[in-house]
Design a protein around this ligand. Structure first.
Ligand SMILES: C[S@@+](CC[C@H](N)C(=O)[O-])C[C@H]1O[C@@H](n2cnc3c(N)ncnc32)[C@H](O)[C@@H]1O
Ligand code: SF4
Ligand code: SF4
Length: 335
C-alpha cells in the first residue's frame, strides 16, 4: 500500500486523527508545478440542479436572474475542450499535469452528454486526471454503471452533512438516505476500486461530533483509494469580511473555469457570482494572449496588494495558508 493510502486509511479513525494526518499530508505533499498554467481545468456543463443548498450561491443567482439555468451546448463543450487542449499545449503544460473536472454551478449528473464529454476529455489528455463532483442524488443504477465504466479517476460525493436532518435542512431536499444507498451501490458495482470515491462532509461542528461513527459506517465499503474528506466550509453566500486580504489568491496560478456560455475565469468562484467583467478573462474564442494578459494583470495587482473585485471573496479568507504558500512560491520564482 503506498504512503498516501496508508495516511488516508488512518484518517478514517476519528476527527482529530483525520485533521492531524491531513496537516501532515499537506506539508509532505508535493504541489503541482507552478511554471505552467493552467493545470486545473474546470468546465461548467450545466447550471441546473436538483438541490437548493443554503450554502451555495446558485439558488439566489438563479432567482435574481444574475445567472441562468441551462446546459452548455454539447458542440460548445467539445469546442471548449479543444480550445483548452490548445491552451495547455500553448503553455507547455504536460498531459500528466492536467486535472479536468466537469464542474460549475450545477449538478453534472443532469447533463445529458456528461459521459460523452468525459470520454472526449480522456481522448484529449490521455495521461490527465479526470474528476467529478456530484451531490449523488441522481446516481441511479444506469448512471452508476456509466460512471463505473468511465475514465473518471475520482468521484467526489458532496454529502456535506452527516446527519440526515442537517442534510435536509441545508440542501433543501430529503435525499440523505437515497444518496448513501446510491454511493453504496456504486461502490459495489465498480470494478478494481475505480473510480475512487471521496465522500465529502464539511468541517463544521455538527459533523465533527458524528465523524467517528460516520467513518466506521463507510470503512467496510471502501477500497484502498477511497476516502472521507473534511473540506472547509467557505461562506460564499455572504462574501463580506472584516479586514483586508493579506495574500493573493492561489487559484490564479493553477485554475481555469469556463462557464456554460464559454466565458473564462481564473478560479472556480468565477461562476459562483454574476459575471464580473473585472474577473472574467474573456471568451474561450479570444486569442490566448488576450486571456493571459488579463490574467497577468489580475495576478500582478494582487501581488502589489490591490485586490479589486476579489477583496470580498470568501476564498481569500478561507484558504490563507494555502494562498500564502502559493504566493511564496511565485515570489521565489520556484516551479
Ligand atoms: C457548486 S458544487 C457543483 C457540483 C455538485 N452540484 C455538487 O454539489 O457536488 C461544487 C462543490 O462546491 C462545494 N460547495 C458548495 N458550496 C460550498 C461552500 N459554501 N463552501 C465550500 N464548498 C462548497 C460543493 O459541496 C461541491 O463539492
Ligand atoms: S452545492 Fe451543488 S448541489 Fe448544492 S445547490 Fe450548489 S450546485 Fe446544487
Ligand atoms: S479571490 Fe475569489 S474571486 Fe478572486 S480569483 Fe480567487 S477565488 Fe476567484
Amino acid at each position: 500500500m503506498h504512503v498516501p493510502s496508508i495516511v488516508k486509511r488512518l484518517a478514517l479513525g476519528g476527527y482529530r486523527r483525520h485533521k492531524l494526518l491531513e496537516w501532515v499530508y499537506q506539508r509532505v505533499h508535493r504541489p503541482r508545478p507552478l511554471k505552467h498554467y493552467p493545470t486545473e481545468l474546470n468546465v461548467e456543463l450545466t447550471t441546473i440542479c436538483n438541490a437548493r443548498c443554503t450554502f451555495c450561491t446558485r439558488e439566489k443567482l438563479m432567482r435574481s436572474g444574475a445567472r441562468k439555468p441551462g446546459h452548455m451546448d454539447e458542440a460548445l463543450a467539445r469546442h471548449v475542450l479543444d480550445r483548452l487542449l490548445a491552451l495547455t499545449r500553448h503553455q507547455g503544460v504536460g498531459d500528466s499535469d492536467v486535472q479536468f473536472t466537469p464542474v460549475g454551478l450545477g449538478e453534472p449528473l443532469h447533463y445529458p452528454a456528461l459521459f460523452d464529454v468525459i470520454a472526449y476529455a480522456r481522448e484529449l489528455w490521455p495521461a490527465g486526471e479526470i474528476r467529478i463532483n456530484t451531490n449523488g442524488i441522481a446516481l441511479d443504477e444506469r448512471r452508476a454503471r456509466l460512471l463505473a465504466d468511465s475514465p473518471v479517476h475520482t468521484a467526489t460525493f458532496s454529502l456535506c452533512f452527516i446527519d440526515p436532518g442537517d442534510h435536509r435542512e441545508k440542501l433543501g431536499v430529503d435525499a440523505h438516505e437515497r444518496i448513501c444507498e446510491n454511493i453504496e451501490r456504486f461502490l459495489r458495482l465498480r470494478s478494481d476500486g475505480r473510480p475512487a470515491v471521496t465522500i465529502h462532509v464539511f468541517d463544521l461542528p455538527e459533523n465533527r461530533a458524528r465523524y467517528s461513527a460516520f467513518a466506521k459506517r463507510w470503512l467496510p465499503h471502501f477500497g484502498r483509494h477511497d476516502l472521507l474528506a473534511l473540506p472547509r466550509y467557505v461562506p460564499m453566500t455572504t462574501r463580506a469580511h472584516n479586514g483586508g486580504p493579506t495574500c493573493p489568491c492561489g487559484q490564479l496560478w493553477t485554475t481555469v473555469m469556463v462557464d456554460i456560455e464559454g466565458y473564462v475565469y481564473p478560479c472556480c468562484a468565477g461562476v459562483w457570482i454574476a459575471r464580473d467583467p473585472d474577473l472574467c478573462l474573456g471568451h474561450i474564442d479570444e486569442p490566448f494572449e488576450v486571456l493571459l494578459a488579463k490574467l497577468e494583470g489580475i495576478r500582478q495587482a494582487q501581488l502589489r496588494g490591490e485586490y479589486g473585485t476579489c477583496a470580498n471573496c470568501a476564498y481569500l479568507y478561507s484558504f490563507v495558508t494555502e494562498n500564502r504558500r502559493t504566493a511564496r512560491r511565485v515570489r521565489r520564482g520556484s516551479t
